[in-house]
Design a binder for this molecule. Structure first.
Ligand code: PAF
Length: 307
């Protein structure tokens, strides 16, 4: 029996305390997908999210469902990864709608803690923090100091709370994925180990714009102009791959975006795909083009592989 056939009609269970989470995880571990089809304990795939789910998140859930017996999703708008003046309060919260979406793709368990359950005493007085040096400071980290420390710390907590066999993250947040993989490798995490942290390719709208919970902030005209971002990135990659000087190609990319209606380009960078160190010429290793640009007050990010 396939996992989706097995889960069909099974309600999503939602828990909001650590005690309930641990009990539910223990029960899932004992619950095989179909009698005799797997040996206990059942495997668990975790998909951490901040909610406001869209098709991109559901793709992560389906990837987890294909590779694990049970999918556990978390929804937690993590205050420690938002800086002063960022959109923490405005960040969309829609638990009922999100739960229905999770149930429709066969997620077994939703972990939705309150801030107090995650950070007893409050996030600002929380004493511990994980800092992944090297990968965290550049690119998005330059504009959002402390952001990746907040991400690494909450993801480490989620890993310890759920203890999954595998965890799934979108490649859309490529720097986040690199930070989390580096943390898992450096700290010898086992639930999940670094090699079971799976990056799932970015899901795009029909016009190429990467799906994001923040796309809903775009006005219709900004939304139309936003599609220039992936198109201009593809053109830049083609130029770089055919031997154009990297710096000139990146400058042309910035100009194209500003010309198309973006108000600023925070960065447009060619980087080593695992260390994220900037590279100025293709050297046969795995490279990535990463861009962050603002349009109508919304900051969009995207990244693509360069061969
Ligand atoms: O990508 C996100 O939604 C968040 O950064 C994450 C990984 C859930 C941590 O809060």
């Amino acid at each position: 029996m396939s996992y989706s056939a097995y889960r069909k009609g099974k309600p999503l269970q939602t828990v909001s305390t650590l005690e309930m989470l641990r009990k539910s995880i223990a029960a899932l571990r004992r619950e095989p997908v179909a009698e005799g089809s797997i040996s206990a304990p059942a495997s668990i795939g975790l998909v951490p999210t901040m909610g406001a789910l869209h098709e991109g998140h559901l793709t992560l859930m389906r990837a987890a469902r294909d590779q694990c017996d049970h999918v556990v999703a978390s929804i937690f708008v993590n205050p420690t990864q938002f800086g002063e003046g960022e959109d923490l309060d405005a960040y969309p919260r829609q638990l009922a709608e999100d739960s229905a979406m999770l149930e429709s793709v066969g997620v077994s368990l939703l972990w939705a803690p309150a801030v107090e359950a995650m950070y007893p005493g409050g996030p600002r007085s929380f004493a511990s923090s994980i800092s992944v040096r090297g990968v965290s400071e550049g690119l998005c980290g330059a504009d959002r100091p402390g952001h990746f420390d907040g991400v690494a710390t909450v993801v480490c907590k989620l890993f310890n709370q759920v203890q999954p066999d595998m965890a799934f993250f979108g490649e859309k947040d490529f720097q986040q994925l690199a930070v989390i993989r580096t943390m898992a490798r450096d700290l010898d995490l086992t639930q999940p180990p670094a090699e079971q942290i799976i990056g799932v390719p970015t899901v795009r709208e029909a016009d190429g714009l990467a799906m994001s919970s923040r796309n809903r902030y775009l006005s219709p005209s900004d939304r139309a102009a936003a599609a220039t971002l992936p198109a201009a990135m593809k053109a830049t990659i083609a130029e770089i791959e055919s031997g154009a000087p990297v710096n000139a190609a990146l400058s042309a990319l910035k100009s194209a975006l500003l010309g198309a209606g973006f108000s600023s380009v925070d960065y447009a960078s060619l980087a080593d795909a695992s260390t994220l160190a900037e590279i100025t010429a293709l050297d046969g290793g795995s490279a990535r083009l990463l861009v962050a640009a603002r349009i109508g007050g919304t900051r969009l990010i995207d990244n693509m592989p360069v061969d």
